[in-house]
Design a protein around this ligand. Structure first.
Ligand code: AGP
Length: 607
């Protein structure tokens, strides 16, 4: 998965492309590159296996050498997350055809690339890289030989491709810029600043207010007017969508990194979401707006942190309304059987995770309904589901999901409460009391941040050299232990596993030796004391996240006013804060890049 951007504007394209690529870097940071049209009818290309900052320096050097004096305002750019082919400059985008006339950037996978490459090589096309994407530029070159313009050639080329693509092609000869999309996100927009295409609205939100999300099979020529076609025939353009985050700051606002910023934004984000949803929960209207059929059971599906959020929501349906529930790892979705009258909730902050999209394609839904819970209401998942609920977390730039987890949990629990009230599984008065408890979450999160920022930094020296970490919880706390272990692995590159605390003595206790860090989420189940004792007896270093007197006194219990409704409904949501901060502090102490952990990208659009 990668980030794609393109522009046609009156001024110089290079500064715009660099700015946009910085905002897309979270989608992949193995390499970055641009191709810019020159006034002489050629393109200048610059690529690097380093970060966008290096690309910017390379472009500055070109300008100082006088090369960019002839550059125009038309160009394409790319950030890469390597799937096919090593991280090398040759494999970095943009990719050219044999003549240098056509440059392309691509996000997705060309599934029949091997076959197409063999055909093209047999026709004497010479490839410069190992990547599947390069077939696109050569296919376009081939199709241009039959006459016609770039749009016709892109249409014919994509007609031969299988897989997924968000492609923008630039023709140095005509200056044409054509975008094509199929199962990969691509947005196009026009404003007084110019014409733009991007994988993600965040990349261009500062220049546009409205955009259009390309649909599967769309091919658009990005000229003075946009010419929308599919399979060569004109189609009605998709509606204009307002960019709700236009004008939103994408800067660090004084924080050292985006992850730190996004952790601290959680109380305010939670408060905004709860204020917006609260009036529609107990009266059932939030559920009614989704226009979904009655259900007898719930299944959640997702990957990584989104799956953890889904598990919290599934638990809430069970504990609040006795609704049978299950969770499904999206990448294993092909073997899932959906029982009749199931409410399937697909969670994905990006709405573009390929495993999730494949799972919803593979599921035989029958009488069941699919609702998407995502942070992007123009995403592929949002478009394919029967109904959609936006978790409204706002832009999340750090690769590690933090505030989107909190936003998904609150939005999903609100939907659960509203559905249960609307279907009379709980009475409205009971639902109102739950909403009162939801309203306490922002304060609990703020308290957890303050307590964690005080308690965690002094612990780091002691645990920094450990090679493995255990995370334990009980009941509704287990899923938070899972999220803590995921965060620690992702950011510190150290082994971390989670277990229901009672399972420890059935095997994992063998891992514990003197000094092994064991993080325990103590949400009040008294049986956890014996599990802690088992660890301490073997010399393990217990880090207890709980109420007053704990190693990290971050839970609401420590305020002396635990949630009146008890903790089991959606678990100790505020416990995610010390888990995030622990992972971040450890990673920083180990010299890791917490916003861009190695080998990862924010939106995983390959299976
Ligand atoms: C979270 O910190 C991870 N980066 C990852 O597990 C992520 O949650 C997962 O890839 C799912 O992404 P999605 O929510 O965009 O579908």
């Amino acid at each position: 998965m990668c980030g794609v951007v393109a522009c046609r504007m009156p001024g110089a394209a290079a500064p715009f492309l660099v700015d946009a690529l910085r905002l897309l870097e979270y989608r992949g940071y193995d390499s970055a590159g641009v191709a810019i049209l020159t006034t002489a009818g050629t393109t200048v290309s610059s690529r690097t296996t380093h970060r966008v900052d290096t690309l910017e320096r390379q472009l500055d050097a070109l300008e100082q050498a006088g090369v960019t004096g002839a550059l125009s305002g038309t160009g394409i750019g790319h950030t890469r997350w390597a799937t096919h082919g090593a991280v090398t400059e040759a494999n970095a985008h943009p990719h050219l055809d044999c003549t240098g006339r056509i440059s392309i950037v691509h996000n997705g996978i060309i599934e029949n690339a091997v076959e197409l490459r063999a055909q093209l090589e047999a026709e004497r096309h010479v490839f410069a890289s190992e990547v599947d994407s390069e077939v696109v530029s050569h296919l376009i070159e081939h199709e241009l030989r039959s006459g016609g313009g770039l749009r016709e050639a892109v249409t014919a080329a994509t007609g031969r491709m299988r897989g997924s693509w968000a492609v923008v092609a630039l023709d140095a000869q005509s200056g044409a810029l054509v975008a094509a999309a199929h199962r990969s996100p691509l947005l196009v927009a026009r404003s007084e600043k110019g014409v733009f295409a991007a994988s993600d609205i965040n990349a261009i939100a500062q220049w546009v207010d409205l955009f259009q999300a390309m649909r599967d099979g769309d091919v658009v020529e990005l000229g003075e007017q946009f010419a929308w076609t599919r399979a060569g025939t004109g189609v009605t353009p998709p509606p204009f969508v307002s960019s709700i985050w236009s004008g939103t700051s994408h800067g660090l606002a004084g924080h050292a990194d985006f992850m730190g910023k996004e952790i601290e934004e959680q109380p305010e984000t939670a408060a905004r979401i709860i204020d917006e949803l609260a009036p529609r929960i107990a009266n059932g209207s939030l559920w009614a707006e989704l226009q979904l059929p009655p259900f007898e059971r719930v299944a959640v599906l997702g990957c990584g942190t989104s799956l953890n959020a889904g598990r919290v929501i599934a638990n809430a349906f069970g504990s609040l309304g006795d609704v049978p529930n299950s969770s499904l790892i999206a990448s294993e979705g092909q073997s899932a059987i959906v029982e009749p009258r199931t409410l399937v909730i697909a969670l994905s902050q990006s709405g573009e995770t390929a495993d999730v999209l494949r799972a919803i394609d593979d599921l035989d839904l029958g009488t069941s309904a699919l609702v998407a819970l995502t942070n992007s209401d123009h995403s592929t998942l949002a478009r394919r589901a029967d109904s959609m609920l936006n978790c409204n977390a706002g832009p999340e730039i750090g690769v590690a999901a933090t505030k989107t987890f909190v936003a998904q949990v609150i939005t999903g629990v609100a939907m659960a409460l509203s559905a249960l009230a609307a279907t009379r599984r709980i009475d409205r008065e009971y639902a109102r009391r739950q909403v009162d408890d939801l309203r306490r979450i922002p304060d609990l999160l703020a308290h957890a941040i303050a307590a964690s920022q005080k308690a965690i930094p002094p612990l780091i020296d002691e645990i920094r050299d450990a090679q493995g970490y255990l995370f334990l919880g009980r009941g509704s706390g287990v899923v938070y232990a899972a999220e803590g272990a995921l965060k620690l692995k992702e950011l510190s590159y150290r082994w971390a596993e989670h277990y229901p605390a009672g399972e420890l003595k059935h095997g994992p206790l063998a891992l514990v030796e003197a000094g092994t860090p064991v993080v325990v989420i103590d949400s009040g189940d008294r049986r956890i004391e014996s599990n802690i004792a088992e660890v301490s007896a073997r010399g393990g270093r217990v880090i207890r996240i709980g109420g007053a007197g704990s190693t990290i006194p971050a839970l609401g219990l420590s305020l002396g006013t635990p949630m009146p409704g008890g903790i089991d409904r959606w678990g100790p949501l505020e416990s995610v804060v010390p888990l995030q901060i622990l992972a971040r502090e450890l990673a920083l102490a180990l010299g890791r890049d917490v916003d861009k952990p190695r080998n990862l990208a924010k939106s995983v659009t390959v299976e």
